[in-house]
Design a protein around this ligand. Structure first.
Ligand SMILES: Nc1nc2c(ncn2[C@@H]2O[C@H](COP(=O)(O)OP(=O)(O)OP(=O)(O)O)[C@@H](O)[C@H]2O)c(=O)[nH]1
Ligand SMILES: [Mg+2]
Length: 484
């Protein structure tokens, strides 16, 4: 067990407003760190450990930006006799100026470095390099600490090349790193690079890469588990109410009113359950502040029409049902491949026939939900129960699943420096078609069982989780490919 004292510490330093806090937020997976357009957002140094399973992998120190680097450098030059005393001279500067308000920011940012922190120097590659920066870089070099420079591009322009040649003279490693968009592999790449800078950091940072990789895999499994649980609950949910038998539910008005009330509660339940799933997945990835822009699950009000638009974009195209889902449920295990083959050979008649048989069920306009039913309550002669639901339509499961997988993907990709609202527009592509046939078959089987209102056995639940885990994997590939 490595204690937090032994875990590497990195001070993230640079000019004001260059994305230092953004780098800290992303590398420490902490979305509560203040990031803002105004320079001078960070006024004090603050430490952010990255903990996994109670173990600190490394600590980042967010710092204020340099304010008077030239003055500081003048002082250092005037007080240093030779190169060998430079680190001590920087330490002496901090000790002597701690209470001087003019050098407050410099003392704040240098203090962790003279205590042993490695240096992450952040510059904005979208503005040109200027010699003004040289005083900052010289001071940092004087500390003698291991150092790495990150070119973080905030704006659209690209001045990376001029930065690279200047930074290369001052820092052992220079990397491009976009704090908002850098993919996870680049986070790991930075840690590995840092491990090369100081021999006693190599092992802890190699361990950190291992921990973070396992954590990411673990989060994907947990997400599959959360989505499977939500699917099961949403597809089998029923609203029920106990009523006195004396209450007249025979009249069609009161019956309709009762049904309308239960229906409204059923809708409400579904929206809330989905919202809980969203929050649970976000919490799993340590995103606590996300503002989401997503159309709520919606129904047309006067009759049970599931929004046709939502269904078309998220659910399953006819082609999908023909090639994937439909087969497993309706034609048994061989169905999928037989139908896929049939489709590619242009055997339209076969598919048409099968769809025709089940077509009204799958493509009817109504989202079928089991209507109000009244029954007597066992052992209580003067009471009766009214129930509404569950859903009778497999497509409901696919819609919930499609929305959940897409949300998961955005969350799993999102860096903790991201402050933009998360937009989740419906997708028009039928991603399900790109999954392995076993995955599609397993999903279809589980949804079919759930639609029949069967509780999944432990084994079936696990099968669904395995299938969802591959579905998440497949969705990621598909998204990344469609971006590239
Ligand atoms: N597009 C984009 N914007 C970024 C990136 N990094 C930072 N920003 C934006 O740049 C601005 C400054 O970011 P901060 O992380 O607060 O910068 P800082 O260096 O900590 O600033 P001070 O604490 O004021 O010195 C914010 O508006 C960020 O949203 C990035 O990688 N991409
Ligand atoms: Mg800051």
């Amino acid at each position: 067990m490595v204690s937090s004292e032994e875990a590497p510490v990195f001070a993230v330093v640079g000019h004001p407003n260059r994305g230092k806090s953004s780098v800290v937020a992303t590398l420490s997976q902490n979305d509560s760190i203040a990031i803002a357009l105004e320079p001078g957002t960070t006024r004090e140094s603050q430490t952010y450990p990255l903990r996994v399973d109670g173990r600190t992998l490394y600590t980042l120190v967010d710092t204020p930006g340099f304010q008077r680097p030239r003055r500081v450098l003048e002082w250092l030059e005037a007080h240093s006799l030779s190169a060998s005393d430079r680190p001590d001279t920087v330490a002496a500067f901090v000790h002597q100026h701690r209470d001087n308000p003019r050098f407050r920011d410099e003392c704040e940012l240098l203090a962790p470095i003279i205590e042993g922190a490695g240096i992450i120097y952040v510059v904005d590659g979208s503005v040109p390099y200027t010699a003004e920066q040289e005083a900052e870089m010289t001071i940092l070099r004087w500390t003698g600490q291991p150092s790495l420079a990150l070119i973080n591009r905030i704006g659209p322009d690209d001045h990376t090349a001029s930065w690279q040649s200047a930074l290369g003279q001052f820092f052992q490693i220079v990397r491009n790193f976009d704090a908002v968009r850098a993919p996870f592999e680049q986070h790991l790449g930075l840690l590995k690079a840092f491990g090369q800078l100081r021999p006693d950091w190599e092992q802890p940072l190699e361990d950190a890469v291992g921990f973070l990789t396992r954590q990411r895999e673990d989060r994907q499994w947990r997400s599959a588990h959360l989505i499977a649980a939500a699917l099961a609950e949403m597809m089998t949910h029923q609203e029920s109410r106990t009523l006195p038998k004396t209450l007249d539910t025979a009249g069609s008005d009161s019956r309709q009113a009762l049904e309308a009330r239960l229906r409204e509660r059923w809708y409400q339940y579904q929206r809330e359950r989905e919202e809980t799933l969203r929050r649970d997945v976000e919490t799993l990835y340590q995103h606590h502040q996300i503002a989401r822009q997503e159309a709520a699950l919606s129904w047309h009000h006067d009759h049970d029409l599931f929004s046709e638009e939502t269904r078309q974009v998220w659910a399953v195209s006819k082609a999908y049902l023909a090639t994937a889902g439909f087969g497993a449920g309706a034609v048994g295990g061989v169905g999928i491949d037989a139908l896929t083959l049939g489709h590619s050979l242009g055997a339209g008649a076969l598919i048409g026939g099968l769809l025709g048989a089940a077509g009204s069920y799958f493509y009817g306009d109504r989202l079928a939900i089991r209507a109000l039913s009244l029954g007597s309550l066992k052992g209580a002669g003067d009471l009766q129960t009214a129930t509404f639901g569950p859903v009778q339509d497999l497509q409901f499961g696919y819609i919930v699943l499609g929305r959940a997988v897409d949300h998961w993907w955005h969350i799993s990709q999102r860096n903790h420096a991201g402050r933009e609202p998360l937009e989740l527009p419906p997708s028009e592509s039928h991603w399900l078609e790109n999954l392995h046939s076993e995955t599609r078959k397993a999903i279809q089987q589980a949804l079919t069982r759930l639609r029949k209102n069967r509780k999944l056995s432990h084994g079936e639940q696990q099968e669904l989780e395995v299938a969802l885990h591959s579905a998440l994997e497949g969705y990621s590939h598909w998204r990344l490919e469609s971006i590239a």
